[in-house]
Ligand binder design. Structure first.
Ligand SMILES: *Cc1c(COP(=O)(O)O)cnc(C)c1O
Length: 296
């Protein structure tokens, strides 16, 4: 079977009195619309990974993630769609979450491993699959150069050159891919990366290792205390944005990213007339596991 999905990811302009005042235009690349569950950057990252699995005649996908991992769910759904079986190795105690539920529904077998064992992914793969020649290892988050290659294709879809392109970073693979897409087309767009975790210096280094010498801005002040940490200001921002646009953003990735963009606009970071693109990396199922944080 050919491993591909039609890319439905339109550009959508966001209107806001602040943008008008600052003479800024903001567009969102709606990668969240690519697929409800093989969503956003997770599809882009899986595309060449799954094609390699097919080329190597592997039939069983094995990957890793936390109980709210968008990558786990994307892999479970993609496995079902493209005719693989799959196992997800999940960090921590057995728990339920909407992501876990849906991953199981798509047929993924789940193995929960304590946080210490989870650190050694290659060891876990060996432990569970040493006797299974069909098993194919996919790193947590679909990270790595095949993942980045898929993400670089986003740039080919843009009908115009934006002054600034923003994306959120967990492993940095998506940012690295987009950056190499900008570079290979020699575009004048400046890449901005917003890490969603605290102490993300290693992440900056990981991106630099993938893109070798390309320049990007790294905005490390928008992690809100760490990965999946939130506060009332962020939750209020997400609620206001979502109910004024009909576009869902989540507290882990795209909410922090968009908060950063609004904050930079309000602080006159951008020249007047700038056209900014935010990459909506999808993953909106994750917010269902965080409903209790919102006081609605
Ligand atoms: C996984 C994920 C990211 C992080 O992507 P990386 O390539 O790991 O940096 C960003 N946004 C969303 C919505 C995600 O699910």
């Amino acid at each position: 079977m050919m491993i591909d999905l039609p890319i439905n990811s339109p550009l959508e302009e966001i209107f806001n009195p602040l943008f008008k005042l600052k003479e800024i235009e903001l567009f969102i690349k709606r990668d969240d619309m690519i697929h409800p569950f093989i969503s956003g950057n997770k599809w882009r990252k899986l595309k060449y990974i799954l094609q390699e699995a097919v080329a190597l005649q592997k039939q069983h996908l094995v990957t890793f993630g936390g109980a709210h991992s968008n990558h786990l769910l994307a892999t479970a759904c993609a496995a079902a769609k493209f005719g693989f079986s799959s196992t997800g190795i999940v960090r921590g105690e057995p728990v339920d979450s909407p992501t876990i539920f849906l991953s199981k529904l798509f047929g993924m077998q789940l193995i929960f491993e304590d946080r210490e064992s989870y650190l050694d992914k290659n060891g876990l793969f060996k432990k569970h699959f040493i006797n299974n020649p069909n098993a194919y290892f996919i790193d947590e988050g679909g990270s790595g150069s095949l993942g980045a290659k898929g993400c670089s294709e986003l740039i080919d879809e843009l009908p115009e050159v934006f002054d600034h392109i923003f994306c959120a970073a967990g492993t940095g693979t998506t940012a690295a891919g987009i950056l190499s897409g900008i570079s290979s087309k020699s575009l004048n767009s400046k890449m901005h990366v917003v890490p969603v975790l605290k102490g993300a210096d290693f992440l900056k280094q990981d991106i630099e290792n993938l893109v070798k010498g390309l320049f990007f801005e790294f905005h490390s002040a928008y992690h809100f205390g760490g990965y999946a940490k939130t506060n009332d200001e962020l939750l209020r921002f997400i609620k206001d944005f979502t109910n004024s646009t009909g576009i869902l953003i989540d507290p882990v990735y795209t909410g922090k990213l968009l908060f950063a963009i609004y904050d930079l606009i309000s602080k006159d970071y951008f020249a007047r007339g700038s056209r900014i693109l935010m990459v909506h990396t999808g993953g909106t199922t994750g917010i269902l596991g965080m409903a209790d944080r919102f006081k609605l």
